[in-house]
Ligand binder design. Structure first.
Ligand code: FMN
Length: 164
């Protein structure tokens, strides 16, 4: 198995169809391909953790890298692991995040802070904690999974929210 974390600069508004499309794609593809993880959406940035079969994760990361809905994709942690996923049944978690609370907000000049390997691990653990804490379900975004909502029901709700 392989696990990784990256950050990127989002190009579309949050709470829009673009995020819904990303999340719906992630939920359907990941579920069919043994990938789990978490996506944190800040006002300006994405932070995402992925865990799954090595070849699948790395190929997905290539596609994500070239996705035009964000730019400056920077992989912060990427390693093989024997550990089972800490993301339980989360094909993809989703929550809104205040970037400054993570200590990862852009500077006034739009520069991202450096991320040390220890900080990258902290970010990974933050996402693991959110995935494991049921109280976070339904957290900061209307697109987040609600408490006890099945992934199927969640996908249906997100599809219905898509505005066309
Ligand atoms: C921030 C972000 C996160 C994404 N996460 C996933 C994901 O977890 N799983 C997935 O299948 N696609 C994800 N995507 C979408 C992929 O970049 C890509 O659109 C998708 O794999 C389809 O690729 P294709 O159009 O080349 O077939 C994400 C895109 C962005 C911008």
């Amino acid at each position: 198995m392989h696990q990784l974390v990256y950050r990127s600069l989002a190009l579309d508004e949050d709470f829009g169809d673009s995020d819904l499309d990303i999340l719906l794609k992630a939920l359907t593809f990941n579920r069919e391909n043994q990938i789990t993880g978490f996506l944190l959406r800040g006002r300006e940035q994405f932070f995402q953790a992925l865990h799954g079969p090595r070849e699948v994760v790395l190929a997905l990361m290539q596609r994500i890298h070239h996705d035009t809905r964000h730019r400056e994709v920077e992989v912060l942690l990427s390693e093989d692991t024997d550990e089972p996923t800490p993301f339980r049944d989360w094909a993809m978690g989703y929550n809104y995040v205040a970037e400054d609370e993570l200590g990862l907000a852009l500077s006034a000049e739009g520069i991202r802070p450096e991320v040390s390997p220890a900080k990258a691990r902290e970010l990974w653990l933050e996402m693991v904690e959110q995935a494991q804490s049921e109280s976070e379900w339904g957290g900061g975004s209307p697109y987040s999974r609600k408490p006890a909502e099945s992934v199927d029901a969640w996908i249906q709700r997100l599809s219905a929210a898509r505005s066309h």
